[in-house]
Write a protein that binds this ligand. Sequence first.
Ligand code: ATP
Ligand code: MG
Length: 505
Amino acid sequence: MVLRLEVRNVSKSFLGVRALDKVSLSVAPGEIHALLGENGAGKSTLSKIVAGVYDADEGEILLDGKPLHGLTEASAARAGIGIVHQEGSLIDHLSVSENIYSGRPPTSFLGQIDRRKLRSWSAELLAQLGLHIDPDSRVADLPSALRQVVEIAKALSHRPKLLILDEPTAALTLTETDELFGVVRNLASQGVAVIYVSHRLGEIFELCHRVTILRDGHYVDTVKVSETNTEALIRLMVGRDLEFAREPASAPPGEALIEAHAISSGPDVHEASITVRRGEIVCLAGLVGSGRTEFCEVLFGARRRESGEVMFKGRSFRPRQPRDAMRAGIGMVCEDRKETGLFLERNLVENTAVTVLDAVSTGLVVSWAKAGALAETFRESLGIVTPSVYQKVGLLSGGNQQKVLLAKWLATKPALLIVDEPTRGVDVGARSEIYRILRELRSEGVGLLVVSSDLPEVLALADRIVVMADGRTVGELSGAEADEVSILRLATVNTQTGLETMETA
Ligand SMILES: Nc1ncnc2c1ncn2[C@@H]1O[C@H](COP(=O)(O)OP(=O)(O)OP(=O)(O)O)[C@@H](O)[C@H]1O
Ligand SMILES: [Mg+2]
């Protein structure tokens, strides 16, 4: 049988960083092949080389047994290689259909864009994916899950023989992930070869046939999914065993830091209440769209509070903007690091310095020496992998960007730190590091409010769990007693009928 894709001894360096070192990989028609490795292992680089975004420094790529030379994005697409990029590729001000067929829209015989065809083709493609999105809606107006599906539709519009999905589920709910898996399985059954990049090991076991592991740009191994298990994959990926067990606080929590009572804001938050004490980790669980982020934004002054009371350190607290909350000692690590959290064009020093200009300034002058030293401390303590603290943050791998974001807020020495999805797109090694950092903050007396959609993460971290559904806080569980089922039962409670009884720990 001819292999659909063969990658032979491919290497790639970026300004002295060896991102890939003689990596080989093969994918058969109809095979779903996972690509696994820690942040910075080289998964996206390999994907981009195959899709013609980057040139390899050496090595060979064969599609259906034929070598591909001088590959560009356009020629790769024509050859039948589709890719969904980790960082997204949609143009905000264009419509869904314009994005799907960007660069090669259907034209009339006079050479003009055939709008009717553009719309009907897109509608058909979206319907095949089981989606009811208006092809005319502007991409900027779509929630992140739908944007992701439009990305997938765009990759499929080429009718690819090889489809590369680079962390396609990071922004998807469980149901949407299931639907995506249905689409991928269906394509594979028609002979499409799929490369699937994900940090979620569960997905690999559910969806993939074989898995290739990369570590620091090196090929480690290729194994059949049916012949391996989670522990073995983690060992291949990080070279050691890792534990994600619950580690309760060593001391009981201190006094209440923030007490929010019956907070309402717009359509998203209805009479939500929460208390976070010094030295405890409270996780805010719930389905995507249950209002968790919006609730946190109210506490942080980034969203208007329409009613309700907040006490911070025993005093009535009403931040009008995030700056007020930061002055009072609250930090917030945002869910979407690309849009709200980091300055991707700036380096680690600049990113950490912006939140602490006072601490690194003398009078009105910023001391870049001090800022540099601060950044070095974080690079060391958080294990941020970068050639230097002066590297643009946008060039770091996803997990390392997440650590920079954390560093930026840790620099402010907050009393209360709100963290929204701390490990999205983060590999298992960095994940255990981030858990360690959050627990260390807890033992220093910081209060932590963590929003997470990852149930094992909630169970590993939380001293207490507050569950939201439909904008309301519907129940509370103690971290020691909760399990996935009890959290999900609360998260899916019907707040209209009140079916399912409320539980309080
Ligand atoms: N355009 C670039 N310029 C400089 N360095 C780069 C560039 N792209 C990637 N790198 C570096 O190459 C290495 C591999 O990065 P890559 O993005 O392929 O990792 P990854 O396995 O996809 O990680 P993640 O799981 O975080 O997405 C990293 O050290 C990264 O910083
Ligand atoms: Mg990547």
